[in-house]
Design a protein around this ligand. Structure first.
Ligand SMILES: C[S@@+](CC[C@H](N)C(=O)[O-])C[C@H]1O[C@@H](n2cnc3c(N)ncnc32)[C@H](O)[C@@H]1O
Length: 250
């Protein structure tokens, strides 16, 4: 009788495994990257950079992004805006044509290159990363893609310290386009901080990635409930993971 009961569960277990296979693959890829970080003396960002230096065409931002996509699909998972959500960001940014753009969370520089590529002439991007090792890699990626300091400036420090200094230390009086891609728990705090310091230009666009996976419910509640923002959620595949739907908020 117990064998019969156990066998009755087999289809259920198989169905569950099949349904969650994309998650299993994602968790395995992230765990593998984490393990490599622990076992190797070369951090993940540098492994990605080495791949870029041997495969990407310098001065060609499109090719730099394609090479990072390739590295992430073939080698290790990269948490970034990625190609599908990236197209949404590019579309919104091109429609707004902003002059002062802010990115929170640079990591390896994927988002910075993507934003810089879509900037109108004369526009400036400030990108903020708190981890000095990642920032050093991102700096190389951004310069490899062909953007100089006047177009893309990287600031090393936590967003909660950098935001209050944007006006006085970084010559950014207000910003018209923000991409949030740092700690999901920081989104709401940093949006409030930008408002408190009057750094949002009238009609500014704020985009926040990963609002569904891993999710930023407090941020969404605040943005939707404050009455000061018009909110839209763009659903798109999580970077490099067919079968998992994420969202980017506008
Ligand atoms: C998902 S990654 C960003 C991906 C990046 N935008 C891209 O497209 O390649 C998140 C990054 O945010 C950084 N970060 C997290 N909290 C931060 C904070 N409070 N201030 C600045 N950077 C932060 C992390 O160190 C990490 O590198």
């Amino acid at each position: 009788v117990s064998v019969a009961i156990a066998l009755a569960f087999v289809p259920l277990v198989l169905a569950l495994a099949l349904r969650s296979r994309h998650w299993v693959v994602l968790v395995a890829r992230v765990a593998l990257g984490w393990l490599r970080d622990r076992l190797s003396s070369v951090p993940r960002e540098h492994r990605a950079l080495q791949y870029l230096l041997t495969h990407a065409v310098p001065g060609d931002p499109r090719h730099v992004l394609l090479t990072l996509d390739q590295w992430s699909r073939r080698c290790e998972h990269l948490s970034c805006v990625g190609p599908e959500k990236g197209r949404v960001v590019e579309r919104v940014l091109s429609a707004r044509s902003p002059q002062r753009v802010l990115e929170l969370g640079t990591s390896c520089g994927y988002g910075a290159v993507l934003l810089a590529r879509a900037l109108p002439p004369g526009a400036r991007l400030l990108t903020v990363e708190r981890d000095p090792q990642r920032a050093a890699m991102a700096e190389k990626v951004i310069r490899l893609a062909g953007f100089d300091e006047r177009t893309v400036q990287l600031i090393v420090g936590p967003s909660e310290e950098v935001i209050p200094q944007l006006r006085s230390r970084h010559r950014m009086d207000t910003t018209d386009f923000i991409l949030m891609e740092h700690g999901k728990s920081c989104y709401e705090r940093d949006l409030r901080l930008l408002e408190r310091h009057r750094l949002l230009a009238p009609g500014a666009t704020v985009m926040a990635d990963h609002v569904l996976v891993p999710g930023a419910p407090r941020f969404l509640r605040y943005a939707r409930g404050s009455g000061r923002f018009r909110c839209r959620l763009h659903r798109a595949t999580l970077e490099y993971c067919q079968g998992i739907t994420d969202g980017i908020a506008e």
